[in-house]
Design a protein around this ligand. Structure first.
Ligand code: V47
Length: 354
């Protein structure tokens, strides 16, 4: 273990076997190593953005067992927004200073591919400066399967219709056995990675998530991180890694395992140490609570995500994030921790240091 710690202190790259050994370190040793790396990259800065989440439909052809947002089974309120309703939300949020709309839909068979993509064109025509982060690899795969379009064609259309960057959703856990149990039929791990690679090859950027705390084991998280690190070596297109803590209410997964804060922080810290080629680790406050996301800033993370305004996916699973948070809350919490609040744009350019 001492050899491994030395290796990390010297910022040498670690292999998968070594990464799996890191779980045996106590939280504070691990946290110290990750924090050192985080400080080297970002100093005392904590990044966030002012954004709005929009989920145009919750009617889903897929049946992911971990999901409480989909209207497929447990959520009793199926909906699909009209483009006018979406535009009204965008008009309102722009007046409040939003700089990014993060648009993620369920996989709705009763729509056309135009319904999905024209949302972006409509927003871009009216607000060319608003960053559109939209279309998870899972949605791209759904349009490909439903409308017999190749991944390349869907991506061309996304570019034509105004998508600026891709969110990291749909990655879940790459291990094929676990994936089969929690989201059988959804985009495969191989295709999730392929879609992001195609997007990066267009000189575009994206994020990568990992859903954890359900039925996966620690080694599956490490495997997930290594598949991302390998692709990032090839393309360099990932902006941020986002470990999403699974919210368990209203779900079809049977497990008594509870993810405690120590395990969440260890996962964040290990991701900072393994993903030496992804600059930002996002402690997504909606799945961690704002308090733990702030603690995570001292265990390797350097970002909180955004103000969100309305959050529907994690809050359906029990998170207290339905109404987003305020800029003032972010600034107060970051300053109280003796860290520096930095508002960023969607691609991590600094906009304002508070
Ligand atoms: O892929 C679904 C996850 C993701 C639950 O790229 C759940 O900046 C926890 O990807 N508990 C969608 N997670 C959200 C997402 C995201 C969020 C914030 C920022 C970015 C970004 C991306 O939400 C899905 C799935 O993994 N999810 N249900 C749940 N019960």
């Amino acid at each position: 273990m001492e050899k491994l710690i030395k290796k990390l202190e010297n910022e040498e790259r670690i292999n998968q076997e070594e990464a799996n050994m890191l779980w045996d370190l106590d939280l504070f040793t691990l946290g110290k190593l990750a924090h050192k790396k985080r400080e080297k990259l970002h100093g005392k800065k904590v990044y966030f953005n002012i954004n709005r989440h929009i989920n145009p439909t919750n009617i889903c052809a897929d049946t992911c067992k971990f999901c409480a947002f989909s209207a497929h089974r447990k959520n009793p309120n199926p909906y699909i927004m009209t483009h006018e309703e979406i535009m009204k939300i965008v008009d309102e949020t722009v007046t409040r200073g939003t700089k990014e709309v993060h648009i993620v839909s369920a996989h709705n068979k009763d729509t056309s591919w135009q319904w999905y993509l024209e949302i972006f064109k409509m927003i871009k025509e009216k607000y060319p400066n608003i960053h559109i982060k939209a279309m998870t690899a899972a949605e791209i795969d759904f349009l490909h399967r439903r409308f017999k379009m190749s991944y390349e064609e869907v991506i061309e259309k996304m570019l034509e219709y105004g998508v600026d960057s891709m969110p990291g959703g749909g990655a879940e856990i790459f291990d094929e056995e676990i994936r089969k149990k929690i989201c059988h039929g959804k985009v495969s791990s191989e295709n999730w990675l392929k879609i992001h690679k195609l997007w990066h090859q267009k000189d575009k950027q994206s994020n990568a998530t990992m859903l954890f705390g359900h039925i996966e084991e620690r080694e599956h998280r490490i495997d997930h991180m290594f598949r991302l690190r390998n692709l990032q070596d090839e393309t360099g297109g990932f902006n941020a890694f986002i470990p999403l803590v699974w919210q368990r209410d209203n779900s079809f997964i049977q497990t008594d395992k509870i993810m405690d804060s120590e395990e969440i922080l260890k996962t964040v810290a290990i991701s900072r140490l393994v993903l030496d080629n992804i600059k930002n680790i996002k402690a997504y406050w909606a799945t961690m609570t704002l308090n733990l996301a702030m603690v995570a800033q001292e265990f390797g993370a350097n970002d909180l995500d955004g103000t969100i305004e309305k959050e529907s996916i994690q809050s359906a699973g029990g998170a207290k994030s339905a109404k987003g948070t305020s800029l003032k809350t972010f600034i107060d919490m970051i300053k109280t921790a003796n860290l520096i609040p930095v508002e960023r744009d969607s691609l991590y350019n600094e906009l304002k240091i508070y």
